[in-house]
Ligand binder design. Structure first.
Ligand code: CAA
Length: 259
């Protein structure tokens, strides 16, 4: 019973969160984030859920942080409340994979939220951008960092400083989106299908896979490869490693225990 997000389980093992603030094009305000974080945490701790999909409407994934909420914010309040730290839950605290299905506008904080997801899918006509420069500010929820790491300094600098937008087709071409779909329905269906597939694997292996790929963003190649090897070693202590490899050898379908 949320006001700004809808939660459902449209496929086995899949939690779908739909941002639902249509009159403001899903502008991300504090009440919406409190609900989103609560929904994320609940789904993350639900044993029947293996993967999450986050989407918006066909018109807007999210048109950014709520400008009207921020308009009168002072430095001291922003600093004292660590404004926007609330947004870090999805990228820092959620262990299950999150797939963002982006349709319509993903601007400013909307683009940043999409980039916090583990996998980003979009439709061809999606509109991405970091237009904060037009408001006299800069991206504040990781946009300058994640965008630069993903599409490179040349393009990131261009888009952060001009506020120009780019399309879903470009997002896929530049490696920001893993897949681009013809339209919004296909995009959400594609994300739900991928989430269902992920939810059907050993949840221990999925968690480890997410952890090691994410570590690559923080570590150099040598430490990253060593970290991966240790986690890989650790999986030989799981039941699911024995189940998966025995099933392969016996030409059977594995029945995961998530242990
Ligand atoms: N914050 C608050 N309200 C917003 C909003 C936002 N980011 N984006 C849209 N809205 C509201 C509009 O004010 C409007 O409300 P009213 O009907 O009450 O006037 C309603 O949503 C519909 O918007 P428009 O009439 O503008 O719709 P449009 O189709 O003509 O234009 C748009 C769509 C191009 C996305 C335009 O709304 C727009 O430019 N929005 C702002 C985008 C933006 O600058 N985002 C960055 C925000 S700053 C940020 O995100 C900081 C950060 O890094 C964390």
């Amino acid at each position: 019973s949320y006001q700004f997000v809808q939660v459902s389980t449209p496929k086995k093992g899949v939690g779908l969160i739909t941002l639902n603030r249509p009159r403001a094009l899903n502008a991300l305000n504090t009440p919406l984030f409190l609900e989103l974080n609560d929904a994320l945490r609940r789904l993350d701790s639900d044993k029947s859920i293996g993967a999450l999909v986050l989407t918006g409407s066909h018109k807007a994934f999210a048109a950014g942080a709520d400008i009207k909420e921020m308009k009168d914010l002072t430095f001291s309040t922003a600093y004292a409340t660590d404004f926007i730290e609330l947004w870090s839950t999805m990228s820092h605290a959620i262990k299950k994979p999150v797939i963002a299905a982006v349709n319509g506008y993903a601007l400013g904080g909307g683009c940043e939220l999409a980039m916090m997801a583990d996998i980003l899918y979009c439709s061809a006509s999606a509109t991405f951008g970091q237009p904060e420069i037009k408001l006299g500010v800069i991206p504040g929820a990781g946009g300058s960092q994640r965008l630069t790491k993903t599409i490179g300094k040349a393009r990131a600098m261009h888009y952060v400083l001009t506020g120009d937008t780019w399309s879903g087709v470009e997002a896929e071409r530049w490696g920001l989106a893993a897949k681009v779909f013809e339209g919004p329905e296909e995009c959400v269906e594609g994300a739900l299908g991928a989430a269902e597939k992920i939810a059907g694997y050993s949840q221990i292996a999925v968690k480890a896979g997410k952890e090691v790929v994410n570590k690559s963003q923080d570590l150099g190649i040598r430490e990253g490869v060593e970290f991966e090897r240790r986690v890989f070693h650790g999986l030989f202590g799981s039941q699911d490693q024995k189940i998966g490899m025995t099933a392969f050898s016996e030409k059977k379908k594995p029945e995961w225990t998530n242990a």
